[in-house]
Ligand binder design. Structure first.
Ligand code: F6P
Length: 366
């Protein structure tokens, strides 16, 4: 009987997830000793009754490397340590099903787990590792906010989508002499915003790492207009941006089992603040949203994701558990979970990326 490795994708989806899954399966198939199974919607597939498990043969993953999303499905809700349960009074509570999860893995003959997910998922990996589970992590997020790896797959695809959107906004902005504000994702980090602002030639870029002053932005934008009417401006703003008073636009999630605060809407706040600061030009807002996570991964992300998948399975072969794979140019390495989840990846204010933006005359709101 073959040894079994279980693969799961957790948290928000991200272009490149399928390329990781395919790489794990292809590398495992070279051994003749391992079978790969997938848990549907992160670890829910193991916990659900009946369990939802998919055997991942080479045929099952053939040609999936360029498909967006994840063939295993994913979830941002609950998980083995905080499983949503409905109380008798109709309210929702949480149950810890982690021991049951471990028992079910034994029953399924799972010898190792590869958990593909962001920092939340890797915290779960670390806790299971401390309880004796043989687990390997693969980082994923379009936000590029994990410090242990130079870059995460999905990020460059999101940047490409955001940059193409800036290109499109330029032509309509120029035709109407408008100010276009485009809001992008990224949570507490401004990576997608800054990269797409530089690549797209934006006039202003607002990131969470630098609190913004709407009056300074307004002055800068006014200079982009001749005689007060001929001109246009493109503003890229990251969803996690804060104004100089520290105000961030967030909502509590109302989804059962989803503890994340929902970011989004800062572009509308900025529009109002610029009008209050005396900007008379027409302003239009585009919130790019989940378009940044959809569709096919660009080649760069397919390659990185494939490298992560192969490396993750090699760590299984080596029995090197409690590790997350990471990219440190030019190598694919592994780092302990404790290191992987210890530090958030902010853009450093003195980084060359910031210097480049300033050198290009992009106003950063300060
Ligand atoms: O972490 C990835 C991300 O796309 C963030 O950029 C964004 O804030 C969040 O997920 C959106 O989450 P959801 O898919 O739950 O709306």
């Amino acid at each position: 009987m073959k040894k079994r490795v279980l693969v799961a994708t957790g948290g928000g989806d991200c272009p490149g997830l399928n390329a990781v899954i395919r790489a794990i399966v292809k590398r495992a198939a070279q051994t003749d000793e391992w079978e790969v199974i997938g848990s549907i919607r992160s670890f829910d597939g193991v916990l659900n009754e009946p369990s939802e498990i998919k055997v991942l043969t080479e045929d099952a993953v053939s040609g999936i490397h360029f498909r967006g999303g994840t063939i295993l499905g994913t979830t941002t809700k609950g998980g083995p340590f905080a499983w949503p349960i409905k109380n008798a009074d109709g309210t929702w509570g949480k149950a810890d099903r982690s021991e049951e999860f471990m028992r079910k893995l034994q029953y399924l003959n799972v010898e190792a787990v590869i958990n593909i997910g962001g920092d939340g998922s890797q915290k779960i990996s670390q806790t299971f590792f401390e309880r004796g589970l043989n687990v390997i992590g693969v980082p994923k997020t379009i936000d590029n906010d994990l410090s242990a790896t130079d870059v995460t797959f999905g990020f460059q695809t999101a940047v490409q989508i955001a940059t193409e959107s800036v290109d499109k906004l330029v032509t309509t902005a120029a035709s109407h002499s408008r100010v276009m504000i485009m809001e992008v994702m990224g949570r507490e980090a401004g990576w997608i915003a800054l990269h797409s602002a530089i690549a797209g030639g934006a006039d202003v870029c607002i990131i969470p790492e630098i609190p913004y002053d709407p009056e300074l932005i307004t002055k800068h934008i006014k200079r982009r207009y001749k005689n007060g009417k001929d001109g246009f401006a493109i503003v890229v703003v990251a969803e996690g941006a804060k104004n100089k008073y520290g105000k961030q636009v967030v909502r509590e999630s109302t989804e059962v089992g989803n503890a994340n605060l929902r970011l989004g809407g800062v572009a509308y706040q900025l529009e109002m603040e610029m009008k209050e600061a005396g900007l008379e030009s027409d302003i239009r807002v585009t919130v790019l949203g989940h378009l940044q996570r959809g569709g096919v991964p660009i080649a760069y992300d397919r390659v990185l994701a494939s490298q992560f998948g192969v490396k993750a399975f090699e760590l299984v072969l080596e029995g090197k558990f409690g590790q997350m794979v990471a990219y440190r140019h030019p190598d694919i390495i592994s780092v302990p979970f404790t290191e992987a989840i210890s530090r958030y990846n902010f853009i450093e204010p003195d980084s060359y990326l910031i210097k480049t933006a300033r050198g290009l005359g992009i106003h950063l709101g300060d």
